[in-house]
Design a protein around this ligand. Sequence first.
Ligand code: PLP
Length: 369
Amino acid sequence: MTTRVWDYLAEYRAERLDLLDAVETVFESGQLVLGDSVRGFEEEFAAYHGVGQCVGVDNGTNAIKLGLQALGVGPGDEVITVSNTAAPTVVAIDALGATPVFVDVREDDFLMDTGQVAAAITERTRCLLPVHLYGQCVDMAPLKELATRYGLAVLEDCAQAHGARQGGTIAGSTGDVAAFSFYPTKVLGAYGDGGAVITSDEAVADRLRRLRFYGMEKTYYTLETPAHNSRLDEVQAEILRRKLKRLDTYVAARRAIAERYVEGLGDTGLVLPKTVPGNEHVYYVYVVRHPRRDEVLERLKAYDIQLNISYPWPVHTMSGFAHLGYAEGAFPVTEKLAKEIFSLPMYPALSPDLQDKVVHAVREVLSSL
Ligand SMILES: *Cc1c(COP(=O)(O)O)cnc(C)c1O
């Protein structure tokens, strides 16, 4: 059987009774939309982050989009982020009619090179949008300082960084707003789509509650500014409540798997992920580098192991973002990394046997090059 890069079935089988009980709880509650489960999850997720407010939404892309909108970002505004991210980060900015402005990343840890941000700020810049890529935080101190100096907002894209920390501070609690995805593969994953925005700013949270509900206050059935429907589903919210209790356990399991990869592959010449000092990595994905990546992947095909590339095409090179006007070569580090990276299987329930199979295969292939 193929060893998959991510698989939820082992986890489902282990947690089955609790998850089915979550579904039953909602079905029996008499309230299928925006009921006790969404409210409960919002309270618990906010408390987990030590912030006052959480608004559940339908997915991570809308969490970013509505988060930006609630911060006042709109048409013509510029948002500084990276091209080395999942396309939805940029889709969300673009959907508001705002302009994504990219800076390059650092070669050793794949994260936003915050030293390049000041030069990218113009009078139209409204927001800085760091992406805590692969499960560890972008350096927040320099971004906060720039935000204060230039009067900008900061939105953290935490879609890959549930439970990550920097200097002991949990990801998502440093910026003005943080956006989360609960897409099933994420460190905290639903059994379908889901997302959330957290903030300590009550006015921002109030705007978010209207933005996910046609523009209405739920209790006043009239509105001033029309919006879409972007509610978090009640069943997914109850599942997320159950899984939030286990988030720290999932993270510990991911770290143990990462340690085993270091033991098994540390001497092979493969470049393994670097954790920035002060960061606590949650290993959403386990991304490694090799200069002959395509050849390595080709030879690994014989071993029946699924290996992903996150992400093979930097966003600025996608034809759908040609209107942004970036040429190939604009972000040399991002472009180089895209050609050298690939991901090894990583999920909490990955068994030691399967992991040994992966390590063995990678070792054989690398020694055959
Ligand atoms: C998954 C992801 C998103 C989008 O989340 P969805 O729930 O799939 O819409 C946004 N940004 C990053 C960095 C992601 O990994």
